[in-house]
Design a binder for this molecule. Structure first.
Ligand SMILES: C[S@@+](CC[C@H](N)C(=O)[O-])C[C@H]1O[C@@H](n2cnc3c(N)ncnc32)[C@H](O)[C@@H]1O
Length: 316
């Protein structure tokens, strides 16, 4: 899928809303980032179902620059308060995609999707997928295998949920495969639109040389959210991210004509979110689409060991 390249001169722009009094009006803006605390924003929004898709990566309580590491129990209670405020504001046809990793306690990992499942269960939400987001780079562990995936818990509010698989199909492995028996014998057997992207997604995480890199320490790759936005919403619908960071969810929404409401505590990130969403609305955002093939690392010079003369002599 490609962004809107030819922007109209009157392309809309995003707004950073700061004043407390403006809280009630943010939901009326097409693209807004409220700079403040997520609980405060949610408490002030009308308790009506307005969100079509909620997608977020909350602070993980692992001591990143923007968070204070606390007891797991307190963290879970805080997340529960946030989700208790979000779920009544989610439409019956809507979905929540909560993206989490592990809480690490003295080298022991605690997968947050398992710890948080009770909150969604309490509200009667229905788990549709536990999407494994697999990426190539991260810390190298010495006392356990290095972690290279995180989880997106996809819950729908009801059985009547929106899902457009055709919008996110990816190229099939064997598009030339044909039926070998029966009435369709000899005919192509795959879906001409491509295959289901399945529930393990290999999408590069945003590290130093990524096209989308900002100074945020753990931003979403836009492609990860793009796949959720395209499959779970329609143009004109509302995507909400309570921990918006530099607005990657807002970029994915804006690229595809969806509206966006985000909340971010830190002013610098909220400002960058606005700039990135504006670029997406103007058709100038640089991003890596969800269906772009992974780089074949064997093509890199670094995949071959070329010995220096000294090293050759040493090896001889
Ligand atoms: C894991 S990051 C999300 C990054 C985001 N997905 C992106 O692509 O940029 C979590 C964000 O939540 C913000 N945050 C932390 N506590 C918050 C709160 N109480 N209310 C709103 N935002 C908060 C942090 O500043 C951080 O940018």
């Amino acid at each position: 899928m490609s962004p809107k390249r030819n922007a109209l001169p009157t392309a809309p722009t995003a707004h950073v809303v700061k004043a407390k009094e403006a809280l009630k009006t943010v939901a009326d803006l097409d693209h807004a980032i409220w700079q403040g605390d997520a609980e405060a924003l949610l408490s002030a929004l009308p308790a009506q179902p307005i969100f079509d898709l909620v997608v977020s990566s909350p602070p993980y309580n692992i001591g990143k620059s923007y968070e204070k590491k606390g007891a797991l129990e307190d963290y879970l209670k805080w997340q529960e308060r946030i989700l208790d405020l979000i779920i009544p504001r989610l439409k019956e046809t809507g979905s929540i995609c909560w993206q989490v990793g592990n809480f690490v306690d003295n080298g022991m990992i605690v997968p947050l999707d398992i710890e948080m499942a009770y909150i969604f269960k309490k509200h009667g939400l229905k788990l549709r997928n536990r999407i494994i987001w697999h990426f190539g780079h991260g810390l190298h562990n010495k006392r356990r295998f290095s972690g290279r995936y995180e989880v997106i818990m996809w819950y729908s509010k009801s059985d009547d949920y929106q899902f457009d698989l055709d919008a996110v199909r990816i190229p099939a492995k064997y598009p030339g495969k044909r039926h070998f028996k029966g009435p369709k014998r000899g005919k192509l057997s795959g879906n001409p639109l491509g295959k289901n992207p399945e529930d393990v997604w290999g999408i590069p995480n945003v590290k130093a040389n990524h096209i989308e890199k900002t100074d945020h320490p753990c931003q979403f790759p836009v492609g990860l959210i793009e796949r959720l936005v395209l499959s779970m919403t329609k143009p004109g619908q509302l995507v909400f991210d309570p921990f918006a960071g530099v607005g990657s969810s807002g970029v994915a929404a804006a690229l595809h004509g969806r509206n966006f409401l985000g909340c971010e505590l830190i002013a610098n990130y909220a400002r960058q979110a606005k700039e990135r969403i504006d670029a997406a609305l103007a058709g100038t955002a640089k991003y890596r689409p969800h269906d772009k093939e992974l780089y074949d690392h064997t093509k890199s010079k670094l995949s071959q060991v070329v010995l220096s003369e000294d090293e050759e002599a040493e090896a001889a």
